[in-house]
Design a protein around this ligand. Structure first.
Ligand code: B12
Ligand code: SF4
Length: 449
């Protein structure tokens, strides 16, 4: 094997013009460190931060000639992933290609009869290790599905998960294999920014959220294990700031207190943020103070909708008062807070969309972000609304609904063009980050994304 590399891991790129953050491919970094820990040689390329990736991929595949290439695919990179497979097979049809990540897990049928050979759905560490160690007969391997099998979608859906049972057993993500400088997030205190995952899964059942990869059972690393990772990232990897990306960081409040205490006790001083959102109903004034003292300067809360009736319909299990209270406590403790909203639910008419704008203004987070829902197979919203579309699913089931388009723009404009708002944002995050957010906002609003 040229250069002794056995497995090459690739993060499929996407059109980054419409994203406000670009983060390291944490899933692949975990797989890389797990393979390495078990003696498999591995290389990793994040094509998402590689300009002219097509040419460079072609060159690197020719140079490295790996036996296996694993490609991480999400919703936004699904078309590029198929193109990557074509490029690889044109260089050498003998290279085995495995797809993994959220999109092949959620919608495997899209990759049937593609140039990829296999899909490994769900959390990939264990199955990928067995795959890399196996010989050419892969028929008996667990959670490995052939892209030539007409029953691919069904087989993936029926498969048992094959997760890492104790997350403390995982080695830290292989940040030493990549350059961490190109990554950024919507706002930060200090670059470079790295992502950390302290738990996997979420027990809640919000009708729009796909928990396909890690499932509804919540598993967490110990406070000590996470503090060790923070220390390692700060002292050895050179991280300037950490973004915790858990789906449910506060499911065990005792663990959060213990973790914050450890950061202070060990003198680990690094700004960090909870950018993926924390449940407002798990917050207290005291917890926010504790987070703040331990270096967490920013959290996100996600009401998604603007009125109690809509909140019941999306089954978040909270009410608007939880968000009002959380915002109040954030202001009192000096914690910066962002709020996320969603448009495109079938029940949203003019009244519900107007309510989002009003509620966003009432909460008055430093930044407000709005997305249009994507009905992923496996979610309740998909089952009730988009079923029957088969693999030709249109991800925007309301299409370019003029009402949604109008309110989407209006929400941003009304929220940000209030008197003094832009000045407050500039004074909080500085002119440089403000300009980059403004460029992103213009692109999104002009393209109607
Ligand atoms: C951070 C994050 C972002 C960040 C940036 C991510 C990035 N790297 O650039 C931002 C904020 C920009 C973002 C945006 C979006 N995101 Co996002 N995001 C996440 C989040 C919170 C964490 C991702 C992460 O690090 N996970 C931790 C790692 C360990 O898990 P993992 O990546 O899934 O990897 C595991 C497995 O998937 C598998 N695996 C992964 N790759 C491979 C490869 C191989 C070969 C194998 C075998 C296995 C394998 O093994 C890994 C280890 O167990 C997840 C939620 C979540 N909990 O994962 C959503 C999530 C990934 N995002 C999602 C969505 C929908 C989006 C948006 C489309 C939202 C929108 N409407 O704009 C955009 C798309 C952006 C993009 N660049 O593609 C969905 C993905 C659905 C899908 N089909 O892809 C998720 C799952 C949230 C959800 N529950 O709906 N996102
Ligand atoms: S939206 Fe948040 S709380 Fe709801 S299921 Fe998804 S991760 Fe859990």
């Amino acid at each position: 094997m040229a250069n002794g590399k056995v497995v090459l891991l690739l993060n499929a790129p996407c059109d980054n013009r419409f994203f406000v953050s670009r983060q390291a491919p944490l899933g692949l970094l975990y797989i890389a460190s797990y393979l390495r820990k078990h003696g498999v040689e591995v290389a990793l390329l994040d094509l998402n931060v590689m300009p002219f990736w097509r040419g460079r991929l072609n060159y690197l595949v020719k140079k490295l000639r790996p036996a296996i290439i694993g490609v991480s695919v999400n919703y936004s990179s699904r078309k590029e992933a198929i193109e990557i497979c074509r490029i690889i097979k044109a260089v050498d049809p003998g290279i085995t290609i495995v797809l993994g990540g959220p999109q092949p897990t959620i919608s495997p049928g899209e990759f049937f009869a593609s140039r990829a050979d296999y899909i490994i759905p769900y959390e990939g560490e264990r199955a990928m290790l067995e795959f890399a160690r196996a010989g050419s007969d892969r028929s008996a391997l667990r959670n490995v599905f052939s892209c030539r099998d007409a029953g691919l979608a069904d087989s993936v859906r029926k498969a048992d998960r094959y997760p890492v049972e104790d997350l403390n057993d995982l080695p830290f993500p292989a940040y030493d294999l990549i350059d961490i400088r190109p990554y950024y997030i919507n706002s930060y205190k200090r670059k470079p920014i790295v992502s950390v995952l302290t738990s996997r899964g979420c027990p809640n059942n919000c009708i729009f959220c796909s928990q396909a990869v890690s499932g509804r059972s919540w598993r967490a690393r110990s406070a000590g294990n996470v503090a060790d990772e923070f220390e390692w990232l700060t002292r050895e990897i050179g991280a300037g700031e950490i973004s915790v990306e858990d789906d449910n960081f506060t499911a065990d409040i005792g663990r959060v207190y213990e973790f914050c205490g450890l950061l202070r006790k060990r003198g680990i001083s690094i700004p960090w943020q909870l950018a993926n959102g924390v449940r407002a109903d798990r917050l207290t004034r005291d917890l926010l103070s504790e987070l703040k003292v331990s270096g967490c300067w920013k959290i996100a809360i996600a009401p998604e909708v603007g009125d109690d009736e809509s909140m019941k319909r999306i089954r978040k299990g909270m009410n608007m008062e939880h968000f009002r209270q959380a915002a109040r406590w954030c202001r009192e403790t000096g914690m910066v807070y962002y709020a996320y909203f969603l448009m495109g639910f079938p029940f949203q008419g003019e009244k519900e969309l107007r309510a989002i704008i009003d509620f966003a203004e009432e909460l008055d987070p430093l930044l407000m972000d709005l997305s249009k829902i994507v009905p992923f197979p496996g979610t309740e919203i998909y089952d009730t609304l988009a079923s029957g579309a088969g693999t030709n699913i249109s991800y925007y089931y309301r299409g370019r609904d003029p009402l949604i388009e109008r309110y989407y723009r209006k929400a941003y404009l009304d929220f940000y063009l209030r008197s003094g708002k832009l000045r407050r944002i500039i004074s909080a995050i500085g002119i440089r980050q403000f300009c980059s957010l403004a460029r992103y906002a213009c692109r999104v609003l002009l393209a109607g994304r």
